[in-house]
Design a protein around this ligand. Structure first.
Ligand code: FAD
Length: 327
């Protein structure tokens, strides 16, 4: 089922969960066990993030250096297939432009179609470690809007085209069902770090919607007012698709500095002060982060959001506590 249909048919907010593919070395069973606690809440789907290949330089015997591909994680498509082999659930792989060509992405789409996956979150991805600016791969996409367009133009693998032809001949009309993939994109309530201002960033978000994206998932935020303002600005420029808020509970004191640095966002003083007061007490910090997220989540639901997206980042305990309290 497409996420756009789930969103359209949903009468109350549901949890949307995002996981990170495991590092190589983890087994399929270990992965499935790690997400088992979420299944109690019957999630409608699980998002799986995508990670660009990195390169490292290794010293050779002759003193020179050679470049080696480093793939630390299992691919998102493999993880989606593993999840679907155990659980009766939709999966939503993230597809990124970074480090890949349009042709390689098309082949990825063929694999997704083969697996019966028709939902994607389309993202640009970030620059390689050590690179200051994002550089598109030759033959690849520069912006997520171009990727959205590429996915929209996807004609389907041979089998899909054959199937569509049979269905089309039967119905003799072209509908939006011709779009095989439902596409989600990222939005930034506190502005993407490269954008000159929030207005420009929202104008660029609109390009993704105009290119054919069906809904938005936001970057994490810790002050709901930021999300409500963002939604209002989006509506003002004609973005009408659902905007799913993204949340992540703080679980360690280190994240108070790390999250703003990595994701270019603010953490409210009230939250940082509470965490500072907890000092070295790791459990207290964990509980403060969880409670903060619970109150954000409750407030969002009370404001009528269609779903709440959780960046689980490989942790399930705090997310499970939040789900128990809110859904
Ligand atoms: P874009 O929409 O392309 O925007 C990037 C920048 O370019 C912005 O500053 C934008 O304002 C600007 N821009 C866009 N279009 C234009 C244009 N036409 N002209 C000029 N400027 C333009 N990263 C991963 O590597 N893997 C993941 O799985 C992943 N999942 C994510 C999930 C969510 C919900 C979110 C919000 C982010 C995720 N990211 C992921 C991070 C994301 O890849 C980075 O934030 C990246 O820097 C931007 O991606 P984007 O798709 O928003 O890019």
């Amino acid at each position: 089922m497409k996420i756009s249909d789930i969103l359209a048919g949903s009468t109350k907010a549901y949890p949307s969960l995002e996981i990170v593919p495991p590092l190589r070395g983890m087994t399929k069973n270990e992965l499935l066990e790690s997400i088992a606690p979420f299944m109690e809440f019957s999630p409608k789907y699980i998002n799986v993030t995508s990670h660009r290949d990195e390169f490292e330089f290794r010293a050779d015997a002759d003193g020179s250096f050679s470049r080696h591909l480093v793939r630390n994680r299992i691919s998102e498509t493999t993880v989606c297939a593993a999840i679907m082999s155990r659980y009766d659930i939709e999966t939503v792989p993230h597809i990124i432009c970074a480090g890949t060509t349009a042709e390689e992405i098309e082949s990825k789409l063929d694999n997704l179609e083969f697996l019966g996956i028709n939902n994607i979150v389309a993202l640009r991805g970030d620059s390689m470690t050590g690179e200051k600016r994002f550089t598109p791969t030759p033959g690849g996409y520069r912006y997520a809007s171009e990727l959205v367009e590429g996915i929209r133009n996807y004609q389907g693998s041979a089998s899909y085209q054959r199937r569509r032809k049979v269905e089309k001949d039967a119905s003799a009309q072209s509908t939006t069902e011709d779009r095989y993939f439902c596409i989600g994109v990222g939005g930034y309530p506190e502005k993407h770090f490269e954008a000159a201002n929030i207005e420009t960033d929202i104008a660029n978000l609109k390009k993704k919607i105009d290119a054919g994206a069906d809904y938005v998932i936001t970057q994490m935020f810790f002050d709901n007012k930021v999300y409500y303002d963002f939604v209002q600005r989006c509506r003002q420029v004609g973005i009408t698709v659902p905007i799913i808020p993204g949340l992540k509970p703080i679980s360690t004191a280190r994240q108070v500095n790390m999250l703003p640095e990595s994701f270019s966002l603010d953490i409210p003083l009230e939250l940082t002060s509470e965490i500072a007061k907890a000092g070295e007490d790791k459990d207290a910090v964990y509980n403060i982060g969880t409670e903060w997220c619970i109150s954000q989540c409750r407030d969002l639901i009370a404001h009528g959001v269609p779903a709440v997206h959780f960046y689980t980042m490989g942790r399930s305990n705090n997310i499970v506590s939040i789900l128990k309290e809110c859904f």
